[in-house]
Design a protein around this ligand. Structure first.
Ligand SMILES: *[C@@H]1O[C@H](CO)[C@@H](O)[C@H](O)[C@H]1NC(C)=O
Ligand SMILES: *[C@@H]1O[C@H](CO)[C@@H](O)[C@H](O)[C@H]1NC(C)=O
Ligand SMILES: *[C@@H]1O[C@H](CO)[C@@H](O)[C@H](O)[C@H]1NC(C)=O
Length: 318
């Protein structure tokens, strides 16, 4: 394993404040845990606050700490540079009709932003050939499960050998193809040994598929809530190693599946999850992965109440 575990608590944004009330839980709501540990983004400066597209585009050229205030509509796809944090102010920072691209960079943090409706065929957040990225307390959605599943691309995708990622406390809803990790069966040479990703305390509702889909990589999914997802949930493929732990699945078809739509199956282990009668699994090969960091699990039977309240925007504010 290439990464060095680092005390993550010391590295989170110092300006973050807790919304209240917060329910009792094991996991801390404002802490970077998992494969992206050590990510510091733009550090702890006050940074630049932007409230229109021109200011965002200019700030994104400079990097550092960028704070988004209010709704920014139709800004297109904004490239986020290395060593940058993009943080939503308060509880109503919105990127609508646009998205972020994190490409060929390292050390990026994105928190407390509502992303809605990417331009057609684009991702809301696209992580490409990049490492050390933490996406936390965001909200991702499109128009819902209407129209063509291919009109909108991913909500939060990672590909081309990206690595060391943590996606925590996000809400994903009303979107077709949500989170793709490893975009092609043909990309083994660049993805093998990469694509380590932690997903924890996320809420997935009214989503069709890729919750997430992981090829070749290593996924750790824990303490997450899945509700009303009609097509497929956690999808391990092309030899990916995935541990799904302490998560709750309600009315979520193929909640965990390893044999779907790829030349080779993936591996998955289901541990301490709860499934209702509408949520089935299809696991053809057990995973064998060792999680190299410490983390706090909230049990599956109470996790939906926790993430409904404490995932998404307006919880950790800037
Ligand atoms: C990854 O897949 C893309 C097709 O999506 C292809 O263009 C590219 O050459 C592949 N790269 C590697 C290193 O396999
Ligand atoms: C899911 O969709 C239903 C209607 O189809 C809607 O009532 C509900 O609010 C949606 N859930 C979320 C989290 O958006
Ligand atoms: C299950 O989810 C589907 C959408 O994914 C929804 O149409 C249906 O009403 C849900 N069933 C129940 C019992 O909530």
């Amino acid at each position: 394993m290439r990464f060095t575990p680092i005390a993550a608590a010391a590295l989170t944004a110092s300006s973050a404040a807790y919304a209240s009330p917060l329910q009792a839980r094991a996991a801390t709501v404002d802490e970077l845990v998992g494969y992206a540990a050590g990510t510091t983004g733009g550090g702890s400066s006050d940074g630049t606050t932007v409230s229109d597209c021109d200011a965002l585009t200019a700030a994104a050229k400079a990097g550092g700490v960028i704070k988004i205030k209010g709704t920014l509509k139709d800004c297109g796809i904004v490239k986020i540079p290395a060593d940058t944090s993009v943080l939503g102010v308060g509880s109503d920072a919105v990127i609508e009709g646009g998205g972020f691209q994190v490409r060929k960079v390292s050390n990026v943090i994105i928190r407390n932003i509502k992303f809605h409706l990417a331009p057609e065929g684009k991702d809301l957040v696209d992580i490409d050939a990049s490492t050390q990225v933490w996406v936390d307390h965001c909200d991702f959605s499109s128009a819902g499960l209407v129209g063509s599943k291919d009109t909108y691309d991913g909500a939060l995708d990672a590909k081309h050998g990206s690595d060391l990622l943590t996606f925590s406390w996000n809400k994903f809803h009303d979107h077709w193809k949500v989170s793709l990790v490893g975009h092609s069966d043909n990309n083994e040479s660049e993805d093998s040994g990469k694509l380590h990703v932690t997903y924890h305390h996320n809420h997935w509702e009214n989503c069709s598929s890729r919750l997430p889909s992981i090829r070749f990589g290593t996924g750790h999914i824990y303490s997450s809530c899945y509700i009303d997802n009609p097509t497929s949930g956690v999808h391990s493929r092309m030899g990916a190693q995935v541990l799904v732990e302490a998560s709750s699945f309600t009315n979520s078809s193929r909640a965990i599946i390893t044999n779907l739509d790829s030349d080779e199956d993936g591996f998955a282990t289901s541990k301490d999850n709860v499934f209702d009668s509408e949520s089935d699994t299809s696991i053809t090969q057990e995973a064998s992965l060792t999680i190299p960091y410490t983390y706090s699990v909230d049990a599956a039977d109470g996790v939906c109440a926790i993430v409904e309240k404490s995932a998404g925007v307006g919880v950790v504010t800037f």
